[in-house]
Write a protein that binds this ligand. Structure first.
Ligand code: PLP
Length: 482
């Protein structure tokens, strides 16, 4: 299977080339020429462990990795770092179930894809006989940063630089990133929001730096997106196994959405033949996607909110460009919409709405999000984080008749202050006191990865505007051996 840019259907890249490049030269995102249908393989997939299923899904798209034994072993090792045997846990209630995607090494769902990305890059390098070090540039709204650092720290042949919005991440998220000791890592705060971080990274990927191969760990990389498809299949097959649904029965997935990577993986799963009814695109107050799905107008000229679900505080959802391509397959049309967005701050695509029936979209206010945390805890004695709460609240508002799976994207202990407040408690100044309080109230122990940050030393303390940050990153990349 070949890949090309969303902005040029004539390109012809192998999977390895697309993964190593990250972003196409014309600024578009790589998309596969076709989506393989595996509906007739569900029975077979049901027998596989998570790592094996993920490997099978990845090989459907990146066929050239199929016979690579080292790649297969590498993927298995990557998921060995998760703290539960099943890799993800399901908490099933009557009409809904929470798909806990936060049992990876950094307690974020982003671990699922980022753990596999280094394996894919190594396989792509073997495949192309590519030499030299790869520098991974990453913009983060909080969780991608640490998950990427965890995946690449200390890995031979890689350097990793992370940029986060200085005032847009939680204290625990910042500590997680800034305490990464390995010398092949660099972490830096930008005095701006996440969209500006993402733009900075995209710009740097476009500027060549001598002697450095640049790639990205953001979901603009197709190698980051595809592994996420696996958990939709895995979860569906577990629900069948548990007798919760029948094979072939359609269910909904409610996805707390920011950059549109997670939900796009769900869309791909559906196109591959997974029985899905609606993909619910759940937003917080930054509801640009809700508005698009309702009106066909994508307008970023609006107030930007910093919310209690910071990983969803995004106005330019990169992966949305891929969806626009998948539903139209028209590179010129996609290019023109992206030009409009860049030049005028909006694009209009009302004509697409009839083709977007796989999705349902709505948003939750800050109050609705907090109330949802309280309600779920009261009803089920179960704690969810602020992002999951958005998806949960939106799914409840919609009240669709089918069984609904809510993607639970972060551990509640990553956002202790907001979660405590939602439970009617006053959070403490000290994030770790809040963490202890939350554990005491819920009776669910906090994950060691987070509690162990208590006495950790910060090794990175960088911050600046766009120019300074770019210069610091260049400096780090040009510095000889890490
Ligand atoms: C990144 C993230 C999201 C949003 O996922 P996208 O793929 O960017 O839409 C939601 N919740 C959490 C906790 C995240 O870290």
């Amino acid at each position: 299977m070949y890949y090309h840019s969303t902005r040029n259907n004539n390109g012809h890249y192998t999977a390895s080339e697309a993964i190593l490049k990250g972003l196409a030269d014309d600024g578009g995102l790589f998309v596969p020429g076709e989506i393989p249908n595996i509906a007739n393989k569900l029975g077979e997939l049901a027998k596989l462990s998570y790592a094996k299923l993920c490997h099978a899904v990845v090989c459907e798209f990146f066929g050239e990795f199929r016979g690579d034994r080292e790649f297969e072993a590498d993927v298995t090792r990557a998921y060995d770092k998760f703290d539960t045997l099943s890799t993800l846990e399901l908490k099933e209630f009557d009409k809904v179930c929470y798909m806990e995607l936060y049992h990876g090494p950094t307690c974020a769902f982003k671990d699922f894809a980022l753990s596999v990305l280094p394996c894919e890059i190594r396989a792509a390098k073997r495949n192309l006989g590519a030499e030299g070090e790869y520098a991974i540039l990453t913009a983060t709204s909080g969780d991608t940063g640490k998950a990427a650092l965890e995946a690449f720290r200390g890995q031979e042949g890689f350097k990793i630089a992370v940029v986060y919005p200085k005032h847009g991440v939680s204290k625990i998220q910042e500590l997680q990133m800034n305490s990464t000791t390995e010398s092949n890592t660099f972490v830096c705060g930008l005095e701006d929001n996440f969209d500006a971080c993402q733009t900075l990274v995209k710009e740097m990927l476009g500027e060549k730096i001598d002697g450095v191969n640049l790639s990205s760990a953001n979901s603009i990389n197709i190698g980051r997106l595809i592994p996420q498809v696996a958990y939709y299949f895995y979860t569906y097959l577990r629900l069948v196994e548990n007798g919760r649904i029948g094979m072939g029965q359609k269910i909904n997935f409610s996805v707390p959405t920011g950059n549109f990577g997670d939900i796009l993986a769900g869309y791909i799963a559906k196109k591959m033949g997974l029985p899905v009814n609606k993909l619910i695109c759940a937003s917080n107050m930054n509801k640009i996607l809700t508005d698009f799905f309702k009106t066909g107008v994508y307008d970023k000229r609006r107030k930007f909110y910093i919310t209690q679900s910071p990983s969803m505080d995004i106005l330019i959802s990169s992966n949305f460009e891929r969806l626009l391509w998948f539903v139209t397959r028209d590179d010129e049309y996609v290019s023109s919409l992206m030009r409009d967005l860049k030049n005028d701050g909006l694009f209009m695509a009302k004509e697409l709405l009839p083709f977007l029936k796989d999705f349902a979209a709505d948003y939750a206010t800050e109050q609705e999000t907090a109330e949802e945390i309280g309600r779920v805890f009261k009803e089920h004695g179960y704690l969810i984080d602020t992002h999951t709460a958005v998806a949960s609240a939106v799914a409840r508002k919609m009240d669709l008749p089918e069984y609904t799976v809510i993607l639970s994207t972060a551990s509640p202990y990553k956002f202790c202050s907001s979660v405590l407040e939602a439970l009617g408690e006053t959070p403490s100044e000290d994030e770790f006191e809040s963490l202890d309080r939350l554990a005491a109230i819920s009776g669910m122990p906090a994950p060691y990865t987070l509690t162990s940050l208590r006495n950790i030393t910060r090794v990175h303390d960088n911050c600046g505007g766009v120019k300074e940050v770019k210069a610091m990153i260049k400096d780090f990349l040009e510095k000889g051996d890490a």
